[in-house]
Design a binder for this molecule. Structure first.
Ligand SMILES: NC(=O)c1ccc[n+]([C@@H]2O[C@H](COP(=O)([O-])OP(=O)(O)OC[C@H]3O[C@@H](n4cnc5c(N)ncnc54)[C@H](O)[C@@H]3O)[C@@H](O)[C@H]2O)c1
Length: 432
């Protein structure tokens, strides 16, 4: 009898594998490049034509990926429109967005994509979901259709492998971060494991798809709660006149049982503000209230509001305040402004009619919803000359590209939300 699993494993081991990837965003692009580098044939599908056009002409739409990285492997990448082409794929991977809609998981991107491609699925293919989602979701979406058409885990293979991408991180990358793999059965697990071994040093086999899905949520719930904790402690220690950065430094000398987290203006990105809600939504459906998760989301939002309130009080002390906000991205050295607390601060101050500009080398332009209209703002170049025009500078996101020494000698009022001036005591510097 024909063994589809053995055939697929043989192809993978010979690196003669055709891969189709849906969603070439922050997560998908890394996968595309890693596989293309290993000489796999990679077909990319993305509904954002502008992005595909850029990548296909060798231009990176992402700050942390160079044009060179794309150009080096472009010969192994095909940019596809024709969905029928997935019939030729050995492995199909979805790296699609999983946002929230009205406080609930929005799986429309995955479901719409699946509806369009499912009729082209062939025996012998492995389907992998990489998007972050709640436990049970992968099976809910794919299994009914597949079961009607194929023998699961014999003719068709289904896996979930959560992504641990940390854009902009120079230490941990695709290669040296262990990759969790799971499968609907032993064959799916084995194929998935072999597949990711092509591009990562270490894989970790999860006992089930549900455990793998939940493990990803646990990682992000853990971050959300610890960020909320340190953000709340920052508010309290500010009142107590205790430098939280010194506290973290001392506490982190403990070699076990403590991991350091730093305060900031709130959370952002496509993970921390969203993924924990996937779990609290699911728990609520089962009648369990997961209070920690909800509290951490709330505290992270309160932190942004607290900062805005403090900023207004500081601005009141300045006659005719002219504000320059540094950094719009939700974290440093990348361009991602999704759910960014810095953007919320900018929007709020604009709505209150403050004179405010921003500087962000990764975001030359930003579109805001302002009084029911779209408003475009353009980044100011941050240099000695430009800061003369402002009397209040907010360090919202601490990109390494900013020359902070300009600020040190400026005598401007500075509101530091990232601890850049944590060791400087000055009446001009507010550590919030
Ligand atoms: N960004 C991160 O750091 C990160 C880290 C780990 C996990 N994740 C998870 O990975 C998933 C993807 O996140 P991302 O940050 O890469 O999102 P993204 O928005 O950067 O990329 C998703 C891409 O999918 C495309 N797309 C949407 N619907 C499509 C469709 N039907 N067909 C083809 N393309 C379609 C979009 O145009 C976009 O380019 C999410 O579930 C997220 O939670 C993200």
């Amino acid at each position: 009898m024909r063994s589809y699993s053995q055939e697929l494993i043989t192809k993978i081991k010979k690196k003669k594998v055709n891969v189709s990837i849906f969603g070439v965003g922050y997560v998908g692009i890394k996968l595309v490049l890693a596989l293309a580098k290993k000489n796999c044939n990679v077909s990319c599908f993305d509904k954002d034509d502008k992005k595909i056009k850029q990548i296909s002409s060798g231009i990176s739409p992402f700050s942390y990926i160079s044009n060179r990285e794309i150009r080096e492997v472009k010969k192994n990448i095909i940019f596809q429109k024709n969905l029928r082409e997935i019939s030729n794929a050995d492995v199909i991977i979805m790296c699609l967005p999983t946002p929230l809609y009205k406080g609930k998981p929005d799986l429309s991107h995955i479901k719409n994509c699946w509806d369009k491609i499912k009729n082209y699925i062939q025996k012998g293919q492995l389907i992998i979901l990489e998007s972050t989602t709640y436990p049970g979701c992968t099976e809910e979406i794919f299994i009914k259709y597949l079961r009607n058409k194929f023998f699961i885990d014999k003719e068709i293979f289904l896996s979930y492998s959560p992504e641990r991408e940390n854009p902009g991180d120079s230490q941990f990358n695709f290669k040296n971060t262990p990759k969790v793999v799971s499968g609907i059965g032993n064959n799916s697990l084995k194929i998935c494991d072999n597949f990711y071994k092509l591009i990562t040093k270490k894989t970790v086999r999860s006992p089930s798809i549900k455990i793998a899905e939940m493990s990803k949520l646990l990682e992000n719930i853990y971050r959300s709660i610890n960020i909320a904790l340190i953000n709340e402690l920052k508010i309290a220690t500010t009142k107590l006149d205790i430098n939280i950065y010194d506290v973290i430094k001392i506490a982190s000398t403990k070699p076990f049982g403590f991991q350091k987290f730093f305060p900031g203006p709130g959370t952002g990105g496509h993970c921390i503000p969203i993924d924990p809600i996937y779990f609290s939504w699911l728990s609520k459906k089962k009648g369990v209230n997961v209070k920690f998760i909800e509290l951490s989301s709330k505290i992270n939002q309160i932190r942004t509001k607290w900062i805005i309130k403090k900023l207004k009080a500081i601005a009141k002390k300045i006659s005719n305040p002219k504000i320059l906000l540094l950094g719009l991205s939700y974290k440093k050295n990348i361009e991602d402004t999704r759910e960014s607390a810095s953007v919320k601060i900018l929007e709020d101050l604009l709505k209150q009619n403050y004179k405010i500009d921003y500087s962000d080398p990764f975001n030359k332009k930003i579109t805001l919803n302002y009084r029911k209209k779209r408003k475009f703002l353009f980044s100011k170049k941050f240099d000695k000359k430009i800061i003369k025009k402002y009397n209040l500078i907010i360090i919202a996101t601490d990109h390494d590209k900013f020359d902070y020494s300009i600020l040190k000698s400026s005598n401007k009022t500075i509101v530091d939300l990232r601890g850049k001036f944590k060791n400087i005591k000055s009446k001009y510097i507010y550590q919030l």
